[in-house]
Design a protein around this ligand. Structure first.
Ligand SMILES: [Mn+2]
Length: 418
């Protein structure tokens, strides 16, 4: 049986004010072709389908059109969708009565029984292989919020257990056990997750540090060894986790921030047979709109050099407006230059390109210019950074871990609109 694993579509995202709809549409068309020509049996979307809790109408249209086309072109395709931290779980699940009929299973939140207790059987989705028989059981675990986790006993807390990490471990243990109970001989156990794993390589700007920030990154052993494959979402850089080839982030199909430009964006094709992982192939997603960084590579250019490089950029006049490249310019300033933004805009005026970001670094000395102070753009700061800056302004030292955890919980509550 062949699975295609993808995540972090972030439909409805804008890049510094520019809608990505055109790129998403091209990606989804590309994906439909791959589902068909690579004879995919099951599609797993591991969270962050949408960029926000209340997706814009064009983003909803893209998603539902994609599902309808996928089922029309590949009627036997099983589709599993779990919510990520950006999604509203309940909004994603709302059309379930229709989607389940179509063979699309959406899990926005952990299922509970009549008493409100976690009912992990509700997460288990059978996946059928080429011959029409069940080849795998997917335990579709969505992004877990702190409120989803079982409380620890006092003894465990006294022994130093981390309530978030141990809570997640317990949810996965129960979920995997429900999957195992459903397995028949020769079927594979597959898990999903939307979480931040320890040793995961971040692309800092566009992923939120979830579940209490970095200190609560999960160890890879929360996933049982008998899982044939674990399809993860959240980190936008594709990677296997903890040296386990079977535990993977597919990565996002598009760069969602300019600093995600250098690495390949892809989806994962996974083959399972006789209950085991037998093959992994990474399919590179074409870059539908280019990101051009001046000077690039995280470096800063002198103003004259940056302006000259912009003027010299080779741009394609035949591209439609939505295909114009995104331009980032990074400039090092020895002295203030208030008109720089206007100069940059003038260098690109009338040309087929979109300026998304102008980053400045001050390098002069003296009273007016601090030594090499990067000017922070509020949009680039994570809530935690703002909190830390404010804390340091009013207090000595760093905030206590408990205070930081409480802050993260508050931010998560606000972001989820709960
Ligand atoms: Mn995420």
């Amino acid at each position: 049986m062949r699975l295609l694993h993808t995540a972090d579509w972030h439909l409805g995202q804008t890049l510094h004010g520019f809608a990505r709809e055109h790129e998403h549409e091209r990606f989804l068309d590309w994906l439909l072709d791959r589902l068909e020509d690579r004879a995919v049996d099951a599609l797993i979307i591991a969270g962050d389908v949408f960029d926000g809790q209340n997706p814009p109408i064009p983003a909803l249209g893209l998603f539902y059109r994609f599902l309808a086309k996928a089922k029309a072109r590949c009627p036997a395709l099983d589709i599993v969708v779990v919510a990520g931290n950006h999604d509203s779980g309940s909004r994603l699940e709302a059309p379930s009565p229709l989607l389940t009929e179509m063979g699309v299973r959406v899990v926005g939140a952990l299922p509970v029984d009549e008493e409100g207790a976690f009912a992990p059987e509700g997460l288990v989705v059978p996946l059928t292989g080429r011959d029409g028989t069940v080849a795998a059981r997917c335990v579709a675990v969505p992004y877990l919020r702190p409120a989803d986790l079982p409380p620890l006993g006092e003894e465990e807390i006294a022994a130093g257990a981390d309530p978030l990490v141990e809570g997640v471990r317990r949810v996965y243990a129960d979920a995997a056990e429900a999957g195992r109970r459903a397995l028949r001989p020769g079927e594979a156990l597959i898990l999903t997750g939307h979480c931040y794993m320890r040793d995961g390589a971040l692309s800092e700007l566009s992923e939120r540090k979830i579940l209490g920030g970095n200190q609560h990154a999960l160890p890879v052993d929360v996933f049982p060894e008998d899982a044939a494959y674990v399809a993860l979402g959240h980190l936008h850089r594709a990677q296997a986790v903890g040296r386990r080839e079977s535990v993977r982030y597919s990565g996002s199909p598009l760069p969602l921030a300019v600093d995600e430009e250098p690495y390949p964006h892809q989806v994962v094709l996974t083959d399972v047979a006789e209950g085991r992982l037998v093959g992994v192939e990474l399919l590179r997603v074409p870059r539908f709109v280019a990101i051009r960084r001046v000077p690039g590579g995280g470096r800063f250019a002198a103003p004259e050099d940056a302006l000259a490089a912009l003027t010299a950029l080779e741009l394609d006049d035949k591209l439609p407006r939505e295909g114009w490249p995104y331009i980032e310019v990074s400039v090092e300033l020895p002295a203030p230059r208030p008109a720089l933004r206007e100069e940059v805009i003038a260098a690109l005026a009338g040309r087929p390109a979109r300026l998304v970001k102008l980053s400045l670094r001050l390098t002069g000395s003296g009273e007016a210019l601090a030594e090499s102070v990067p000017l922070a753009d509020l949009a680039d700061l994570a809530p935690e950074d703002v909190f830390l800056r404010l804390y340091r302004r009013h207090h000595e030292g760093e905030p206590e871990p408990a205070l930081l955890a409480a802050f993260h919980e508050l931010v998560a509550t606000v972001q989820e609109g709960a």
